[in-house]
Ligand binder design. Structure first.
Ligand SMILES: *[C@@H]1O[C@H](CO)[C@@H](O)[C@H](O)[C@H]1NC(C)=O
Ligand SMILES: *[C@@H]1O[C@H](CO)[C@@H](O)[C@H](O)[C@H]1NC(C)=O
Ligand SMILES: *[C@@H]1O[C@H](CO)[C@@H](O)[C@H](O)[C@H]1NC(C)=O
Length: 388
């Protein structure tokens, strides 16, 4: 009962916090701070815009402003918005209209949904539609992190999908830097775009630390010179679980106070260990491992952004439920910044399936009801800063 009463109060606090932030953000040791030096805790939710149709999910279900307000009402202050490189480097893709993209896929029901909920989007080009989403989030005081998720539009991530590491079929480092530069430039005058996450989940047979330094440093410099306001967010190797190479060799950049590292952590990261083993022992082992591979960066004076985590919100996955207990404790203890996977209630088209439901999504497939309110109550404790 008490939690039911607290939830709206927490949401109001977050709301007033987000209104008062003096942007842009920067870093001060391991904390993210605003212009006045006040700590800003990122409590973000991932919103998907990198799949085959290259249209931000859910817009056939609810008006964009309704979704933006719902994000705040649920206690989040920011969105990690995913995008594919081709959206800014392939002009024939970027200039397709939203309507054409759905027609090409034969998804006429969604076109009717757009007509009802977001008619002004239908004849926007894909790039203009992406910009309109960022504008709406900004107008509603939601901070935005632009996350380059893949090069070629589509569901991510496997070791062999050609989008995993520099030199893979779809991952030309020069095209990537060109794409990052274009995206950074496009939003350089929007203060609500507070960060850019350079590439999601590096992985696959080609991955190695030498190329990581070579290209991530180049990408970081390119983004910073195109938009010096944004936080530059770097992910690690092995699906963004490993930054241990930084123990011995720091990143060498020309700028300071903008660098953030990101990490991903799900239950399935450790297979079925949570279900099979003693949850307390597994928790100790896995947390120790994370501290060694990424958590040490806090002591080195960098913010750590847990940019993907989440569970099946139906509550029936024992492995996931046990992981969640451990995860929430870890995030609270270190007062980390984070982004939940995901806002998405359902996808237009994912991996060949039309209208696929997303059980990790905080919104239901109607894109306005909360899928599991007891989950939201639980995470409200980590949505507000514990310190500073
Ligand atoms: C560019 O986009 C168009 C339209 O989606 C597509 O047909 C074409 O294959 C793309 N080109 C590349 C190089 O991916
Ligand atoms: C860092 O980068 C600068 C500029 O590229 C270079 O001159 C310098 O030698 C590098 N420092 C280290 C320690 O690699
Ligand atoms: C929400 O999650 C909890 C477990 O965390 C579960 O017991 C409950 O059934 C879920 N509710 C719904 C509506 O799925």
């Amino acid at each position: 009962m008490i939690m039911h009463l607290l939830l709206p109060i927490f949401s109001l606090l977050i709301l007033s916090q987000s209104v008062s932030q003096a942007l842009p953000l920067s870093t001060q040791s391991r904390w993210i701070v605003d212009e006045k030096g006040q700590r800003v805790k990122l409590a973000c939710v991932n919103w998907v815009s990198h799949l085959d149709l290259v249209v931000t999910e859910g817009l056939s279900k609810q008006p964009i402003d309704v979704i933006a307000n719902k994000i705040l009402e649920m206690g989040f202050n920011c969105v990690r918005l995913t995008w594919p490189i081709y959206l800014v480097t392939n002009d024939s893709l970027a200039s397709l209209t939203v309507r054409q993209s759905f027609l090409n896929a034969g998804l006429t029901d969604d076109i009717s949904g757009f007509q009802a909920n977001n008619p002004s989007f239908l004849d926007l080009s894909l790039i203009a539609s992406f910009q309109a989403v960022v504008t709406s989030l900004s107008d509603n005081n939601v901070m935005v992190i632009l996350d380059n998720h893949v090069t070629k539009p589509g569901w991510c991530c496997s070791r062999t999908d050609g989008n995993g590491f520099f030199g893979d079929t779809y991952f030309d480092p020069n095209l990537w830097i060109q794409g990052l530069t274009k995206m950074a430039t496009l939003f350089k005058d929007n203060p609500n775009v507070i960060g850019m996450s350079l590439r999601n989940e590096l992985r696959g047979p080609k991955e190695n630390a030498d190329d990581w330094y070579r290209y991530m440093q180049k990408g970081a410099e390119a983004v910073h010179s195109a938009n010096p306001n944004v936080l530059v967010i770097l992910s690690g190797l092995n699906f963004d679980k490993d930054l241990s190479f930084l123990h011995n060799k720091p990143v060498n950049l020309s700028f300071t106070a903008k660098l953030v590292f990101e990490v991903h952590w799900y239950a399935f990261t450790d297979g079925s260990a949570w279900k099979d083993g003693d949850p307390n022992q597994v928790c100790t082992r896995v947390v120790n491992n994370y501290m060694r591979t990424v958590g040490f960066l806090l002591d080195q004076g960098y913010p750590l952004f847990v940019s993907e985590w989440g569970v099946d919100l139906r509550g029936t996955d024992v492995n996931g439920n046990r992981y969640l207990n451990c995860f929430l404790k870890w995030v609270a203890e270190h007062d980390l910044d984070w982004a939940l996977w995901t806002l998405v209630g359902s996808y237009y088209f994912r991996e060949g399936v039309v209208g696929m439901e997303e059980y990790y999504g905080v919104l239901d497939s109607d894109w306005v009801s909360v899928r599991n309110s007891s989950f939201l109550e639980r995470i409200s404790a980590i949505q507000i800063p514990a310190s500073r």
